[in-house]
Write a protein that binds this ligand. Sequence first.
Ligand SMILES: NC(=O)c1ccc[n+]([C@@H]2O[C@H](COP(=O)([O-])OP(=O)(O)OC[C@H]3O[C@@H](n4cnc5c(N)ncnc54)[C@H](OP(=O)(O)O)[C@@H]3O)[C@@H](O)[C@H]2O)c1
Length: 342
Amino acid sequence: MSLVNHQILLASRPAAEPTAENFKLVEKPVPTRDELGEGQVLVRHHYLSLDPYMRGRMSDSKSYAEPQPLDAVMIGGTVGEVVASKHPRFDEGDPVVCMGGWQEYSVIDASQRGALSKVDTRQIPLSAYLGAVGMPGVTAWYGLVKIIAPKAGDTVLVSAASGAVGGVVGQLAKARGCRVVGIAGGPDKCRYVVDELGFDACIDHKAHTDLRSLSGALRDAAPKGIDGCFENVGGLCLDAAMLRMNAFGRIALCGMIAGYSGQPIPMANPSLILVSRLKLEGFIVSEHPEVWPEATLELGGMVASGRLKFRESVAQGLASAPEAFLGLLKGKNFGKQLVKLI
Ligand SMILES: NC(=O)c1ccc[n+]([C@@H]2O[C@H](COP(=O)([O-])OP(=O)(O)OC[C@H]3O[C@@H](n4cnc5c(N)ncnc54)[C@H](OP(=O)(O)O)[C@@H]3O)[C@@H](O)[C@H]2O)c1
């Protein structure tokens, strides 16, 4: 009897906030080794990564990437092990990372450059290749190092500070001698950001729900102003940060999750970009493959030595992926959101 591969497809596009009904769980047989073509590798996924960018792919509005096709397996990063290989560089049992999608197994054409990579799990846990040593970690590294380019003594602000990207940004900035202030949702997340991740301060955005209150809290936490802002959220967080930016400050615009359901989030004071001579630069990490070796060397070294800490929210089983993803868009995750598949 053949093995079953559970898959989650995009069944429909959300009009506003996505719901579980936008997804469909189906079963397909797992291909046998004989059914693999030359150069193909069958991977059994151990973890699926859930990421905010998936919300954008569910819609067909203008974006930097093509929309996710309907009735196709949802796009997603995965880590797992090779279970059958017809490629000379991959053997059964190899730990690997690939874009396997929301399913338990995938067939990867390993002859395609970058489609399948072996990873070293001797000092770094497999799941970290979807987080601190994977795409979110490199995102943090790129925005901080290449756009904010902090000097020791600078103050760096990070929103969604307890998350997969934000947590890494703050620790990389601390390692560069900066004062680091986070913004996160709720007292537990804020406590974790300061006590575990080593930020100097963290502001609870749920306790500061208007511009006056949030910018006041920022003034107290960053008395010398903000030199670098790593923006993950947009809206109120960005508006408050802009009011506190020092002259010639740098804003790395990484994400605007506050607006991912499609509603416009206008900027309150764009004239501050001119008045404070700010640099505001958006970026997409996948457009900068050249930084991966340098970034992952630093991130991997820090994780292996325990200097870079991270936390994971792990949902169990593929069927839990839609609810876990919807939770991520509402801040229910605490750290990198994963789905464990074995
Ligand atoms: N540019 C790129 O190439 C790139 C690559 C990866 C990620 N990103 C972006 O980086 C950001 C962080 O991604 P991540 O993977 O690290 O996710 P994450 O921070 O682990 O999870 C998302 C967090 O965003 C916050 N959030 C969610 N909805 C919000 C809302 N409506 N208003 C305010 N905060 C909200 C929540 O944190 P709180 O509970 O603390 O509010 C939630 O936990 C996202 O905007 C993502 O799109 C960009």
